[in-house]
Design a protein around this ligand. Structure first.
Ligand code: ADP
Ligand code: MG
Length: 274
């Protein structure tokens, strides 16, 4: 197999789309696992109160579990809320709990409310360096399906945005709102933020509609859309109920193959530029 190149600096990639059910969490879980299995050091930050990424990565997260909630609201250190993924070496997870549902409101009255995740990541990187732990190659942030303060924190902390787009009806609906929000963050809070990657998900090559939507997205974002496309694949949807990524659940499935391809392409293209 081809060797995956390590990035020069830690790449922080926020996975966002305010639509639910487009494959944000699935993409977070499977890309991060693919990266770690290719030898990268990877951190996943679960910013969705639903905690689906935490579940799929086999991190139990009942209410009260030390989680990203405590980091954002109570200034707890990220180092104290990260857990090793049991299936894959080099993959660590900052889980969310349902407590995070209140954070959207609680953040409003806090100092530097948009920068809380940024600070936490900076402190954690320093801590790793002091401890002699390997530098993180990738940090993936899984967002809730909204553009509130949790997502704003994820945009401010990241260098890159990855947008998963489901190749179905209304795929492009809401996209201009998302792009506008990202531009606003870029202007006011984080000049280096840019959309580096668009991933087409749940693609069914047998339907004209999916092909049409894919063409349309490629026309709109010619540089950002990956060549790799994620097909609709039942193994992908089964894996989370076994607390697994599709890469560990069924490594030879087309789902696993496509996420490995997407991960390699992201690594080889590098962070691109703002
Ligand atoms: P989001 O995080 O954007 O809400 P999810 O990643 O949770 O979306 O995906 C929504 C649902 O679709 C989940 O049940 C997931 O298992 C399923 N799913 C995602 N990607 C695929 C795929 N490529 N093939 C089949 N099912 C998928
Ligand atoms: Mg999700």
């Amino acid at each position: 197999a081809k060797r995956m190149p390590k990035p020069e600096h830690t790449r922080i990639i926020t996975i966002s789309n305010q639509k639910g059910g487009v494959g944000k969490t699935t993409t977070t879980v499977n890309l991060s696992t693919a990266m770690a299995r290719a030898g990268m050091n990877v951190l996943v930050i679960d910013m969705d109160p639903q905690g689906n990424a935490s579940t799929a990565l086999n991190i139990p997260h009942p209410p009260g579990t030390p989680s990203i909630y405590n980091v954002l609201i109570e200034d707890e250190a990220l180092k104290d809320v990260v857990y090793d993924n049991p299936e894959t070496d080099g993959l660590i997870v900052a889980p969310s709990t349902i407590d995070l549902a209140g954070a959207e409101i609680e953040l409003v009255s806090l100092v530097a409310r948009e920068q809380r995740l940024t600070r936490a990541i900076q402190n954690y990187s320093k801590y790793r360096e002091q401890q002699g732990l390997p530098r993180l190659d990738y940090i993936f942030v899984d967002c809730p399906p909204s553009l509130g303060l949790l997502t704003v924190n994820a945009f401010v902390a990241a260098g890159e945005v990855l947008i998963p787009i489901q190749t179905e009806y209304y795929a492009l609906e809401g996209l201009s709102q998302l792009v506008k929000n990202i531009e606003m963050i870029q202007q006011h809070l984080n000049p280096s933020l840019h959309i580096s990657t668009i991933l087409l998900t749940m693609f069914d090559s047998r339907t004209n509609l999916a092909v049409q939507v894919a063409d349309e997205v490629r026309e709109y974002f010619p540089k950002e859309v990956l060549d790799a496309v994620i097909p609709r694949n039942v193994r992908i949807s089964e894996a989370p109920s076994y607390q697994q990524s599709v890469l560990t659940y069924d490594p030879s499935s087309t789902g696993a193959l496509s996420y490995r391809e997407a991960a390699m392409e992201i690594a080889e293209r590098g962070p691109t530029s703002a």
